[in-house]
Design a protein around this ligand. Structure first.
Ligand code: AAO
Length: 505
């Protein structure tokens, strides 16, 4: 009997590392600031047919409306209540999105902001996305409800009430992050309210959560509310499926709080990944692609089965969060495609693709003074819809990196090579590298300033293959480069900066 109980507990605690994506779907995409109506359409018309496993959405709950004079994207990280009501849409639109995406096998991952409510200086009134009243001075959020008792102010020991030093784990967990009112998650009442919000989303049919600002919560407090979560809806998921949990913890080293402190709760964001990959592809600090041979744990990253990886995120693509100027984004499109291609070809971690909006980036003294600019919006502040151009790119200033041919095809490549080993590494001791994934795929990168002409061992069965970077398989042919793989080796010459080979026959 005892053994049986232990086994059950073991399985339950492991399940939240599983992204819950459908078999053969291995990546999710962050559709940053998209409206629910647009996400529903995108699931049906693009994500499902192209093998995407899911979507990370922006926080769906009611938030502070900030107008100074325009609305910043970051207002969504200042909760006012857990009503499903935001610039992306209302509860009905949210439910419609979840149902339609789930029905085509693309699952929804919610960005859950549960460490805090709005900023201390937000004031009082009903300037919130659903019009709920709040008062940040008295810490009153009647639409939850939370009151003064539910915040950590008494616990924080800094003079300012703010996190002043990331070297002190108590400050980081008990004080305010950039003045955001810090919830007392040691209280069962607060844990229950958070769990109630997340369970409401599970009831609607979501598959998991990104937990915002996890570094600023005690791992044990998080475990307490995570343990209260229900299993996923059996309409779409197998009986007993736990929600996928990935925690936003920025650990670039050098602080006492480690990503590993959070492994017990689920996966963790690996911020070293994008910072290092950007440095390598930019060839900064003497880095070169040849050094990527032992990419992954060999670079000091967390265990692969704990990691969620990405080249950039909504913070560090605009100088928020961490990673610095090495982070590659859509603004550096050629290098960005190479980085995302490398990430998707390499077996390490669970991969998340970024999908952004364009903003009027403007640097003053090395800082983008428009880092706050919100999503493409109409005069009344409502978010613009994502229009689709005849050439399948997006309009209205939505960048849609996930629709870039090279990125979309590499999402498919990752699905094709899923479970295959990392094989046949080759490098020129500089910035030309290649590797295979068993007998299913092979990829070549040329980030040197000179052409490449090599004969490489691919591990692929002999035959004709389509390069999925320059084109793809179309009918019985390739729209891009066609590559002949011989019985033992193949000529990899005259290839573009990034070349992937995939089965096409
Ligand atoms: C806004 C205004 C504030 C105002 C506040 C309240 O900008 O001036 O006080 O409202 O009125 C987002 C925006 C914030 C915004 C907030 C609320 O980014 O600008 O504040 O919404 O509207 C830390 C956290 C991490 C967080 C990141 C931005 O640890 O959790 O800051 N990310 C999430 C979200 C993010 C959101 C929030 C959290 C809040 O993704 O969108 O904020 O819900 C160090 C620490 C990191 C720390 C960074 C930045 O990083 O390690 O933990 O991240 O500092 O403070 C080197 C180091 C690296 C270091 C980095 C930067 O790279 O190696 O470790 O330098 O110093």
């Amino acid at each position: 009997m005892r053994v049986f109980l232990l086994l059950v507990a073991f399985e339950l605690s492991w399940a939240q590392y599983n992204p819950n994506t459908k078999p053969g779907r291995t990546s999710i995409v962050h559709l940053f600031e998209w409206r629910w109506a647009d996400i529903a359409l995108e699931c049906e018309r693009y994500l499902a047919p192209n093998g995407f496993g899911g979507v990370q959405i922006s926080p769906p709950n009611e938030n502070l409306v900030v107008t100074n004079p325009w609305r910043p994207w970051w207002e969504r990280y200042q909760p006012i209540s857990y009503k499903l009501c935001s610039r992306s849409g209302n509860e009905n639109e949210f439910k419609d999105m979840v149902t339609r995406c789930n029905n085509v096998g693309v699952y929804i991952y919610v960005d859950a902001v549960v460490n805090h409510m709005c900023g201390a200086a937000a004031g009082s009134g009903t300037h919130s996305t659903c019009g709920s009243y709040f008062n940040s001075e008295t810490h009153d959020f009647p639409a939850v409800p939370y009151s003064g008792w539910d915040f950590n102010d008494w616990k924080c020991k800094t003079g300012s009430g703010e996190i002043e030093n990331y070297g002190d784990p108590y400050q980081v967990r008990d004080c305010r992050l950039v003045s955001l009112l810090d919830l007392a998650l040691e209280k069962d009442y607060v844990r229950s309210k958070v769990a109630e919000y997340m369970n409401h989303l599970i009831d609607i049919g979501v598959a998991g959560f990104r937990i915002d600002a996890s570094k600023h919560m005690w791992p044990g407090d998080m475990k307490a509310f995570l343990d209260k979560l229900k299993n996923l809806r059996t309409t779409w998921f197998a009986e007993g499926t736990r929600p996928f949990i990935f925690q936003e913890v920025i650990d670039l080293g050098g602080e006492p709080i480690k990503a590993s402190d959070y492994y017990g709760n689920g996966r963790v964001t690996e911020f070293k990944y994008g910072a290092k990959l950007g440095t390598v592809i930019r060839k900064w600090s003497g880095e070169k692609m040849a050094y990527l041979k032992n990419w992954g744990e060999g670079w000091g990253f967390m265990p692969s089965d704990k990691a969620v990886v990405f080249v950039d995120n909504h913070d560090n693509q605009r100088g928020h969060g961490a990673g610095g100027s090495a982070i590659l984004t859509f603004w550096d499109s050629r290098q960005y495609k190479m980085a995302v291609g490398f990430m998707l070809a390499h077996p390490y971690g669970f991969t998340r693709v970024m999908s952004s909006f364009r903003w009027p980036r403007y640097f003053e003294n090395g800082k983008d003074i428009n880092d706050w600019v919100g999503p493409p919006s109409n005069g009344d502040g409502s978010t613009k819809s994502v229009t689709i151009n005849p050439d399948t790119t997006c309009g209205n200033d939505w960048v849609c990196e996930h629709r870039w041919r090279q990125i979309r095809n590499m999402v498919i490549f990752r699905n094709v090579v899923d479970g295959q080993p990392f094989t046949n590494w080759w490098d020129n001791n500089s910035n030309q590298v290649a590797f295979g994934r068993g007998n299913k795929g092979f990829i070549v990168f040329n980030n040197d300033d000179w052409n490449m002409s090599e004969t490489l061992q691919t591990g692929l069965p002999a035959g004709t293959y389509c390069d999925v970077i320059s084109g793809q398989k179309e009918g019985n042919g390739c729209s891009g480069i066609k590559i002949q793989v011989n019985a033992t080796a193949t000529d990899a010459f005259a290839m573009s900066a990034l070349t992937a080979i995939d089965e096409c026959h």
